[in-house]
Design a protein around this ligand. Structure first.
Ligand code: PEP
Length: 250
């Protein structure tokens, strides 16, 4: 049975005190073996949050990283640095990074390789714009994103990749894809992965849905055949709602 991964993406929110208080409040969260709770925090807080979640069921992720190990890349953070401080996951290719920081499918692929080289679990984001959905281009667009993102990975690495399907029109808008529509795309993603690797490997891949997920709609999304968790922005900012989201997976 696949894991359920509930990841909260705080984006550029919270002071250090707020971040630490959040972890204090969710620390008692007990997940069963099948569920993983991940907080994707801003860089300045990662180190202290990693220390705070020791002996708890919460994991700490970065929201992006560079693909090089070190070098003259002012302002960037490398996979070596993240691994060094005990971060376990990293979001790669979030649509906001693609839109505002010109991340491409090719840089996403380099980052996924870099993540695995440093034992970080990549959460690879894919998703279509409203225009692409209306033009019936969703599945073609996502197929291209997935094929390039996973290019050159071993079957084992692909099995350990988390893919987050996030329709861009649903992120931060309050509009959620219907569970049927979201599941259709997640099923398509699994078929693409099966074509690249094998059905067996594709069956192991955790595929999250993201886009205005909240405690009110998580149960329905998780009841589908191919949605194995959620990448959550807004509703992950409050400890109570993050706890509810994780408990939905339990
Ligand atoms: C996200 O940040 O990836 C996201 C899905 O945000 P929200 O849940 O606020 O739509």
């Amino acid at each position: 049975m696949r894991k359920i991964v509930i990841a909260g993406n705080w984006k550029m929110h919270k002071t250090k005190q707020e971040a630490e208080q959040f972890i204090d409040e969710v620390k008692q969260l007990k997940t069963n073996e099948r569920v993983e709770a991940v907080i994707c925090a801003p860089f300045p807080y990662l180190s202290s949050l990693v220390n705070k979640v020791k002996q708890t069921d919460v994991k700490i992720a970065a929201q992006t990283m560079h693909f090089e190990q070190s070098g003259a890349f002012t302002g960037e953070v490398s996979p070596v640095m993240l691994a060094d401080i005990g971060v376990s996951h990293v979001i790669i290719g979030h649509s906001e990074r693609r839109e505002y920081y010109h991340e491409t499918n090719e840089t996403v692929n380099k980052k996924v390789h870099a993540a695995f080289s440093h034992h970080l679990t990549p959460i690879v984001c894919v998703g279509e714009t409203l225009a692409q959905r209306e033009a019936n281009d969703t599945l073609t667009h996502i197929e291209k994103q997935i094929k390039i993102a996973l290019d050159g990975l071993t079957d084992e690495q692909i099995a350990n990749t988390i893919i987050a399907y996030e329709p861009i029109w649903a992120i931060g808008t309050g509009k959620t894809a219907s569970s049927a529509d979201a599941n259709e795309v997640c099923d398509h993603i699994r078929n693409i992965v099966a074509k690249i690797t094998s059905e067996q490997t594709a069956e192991k891949v955790v595929i999250q849905y993201g886009g205005s997920v909240k405690p009110e709609n998580i149960d329905e999304l998780l009841s589908t055949s191919d949605i194995d968790g959620a990448l959550v922005g807004g509703a992950s900012l409050e400890p109570a709602s993050f706890i509810q989201l994780v408990e939905a997976g339990n």
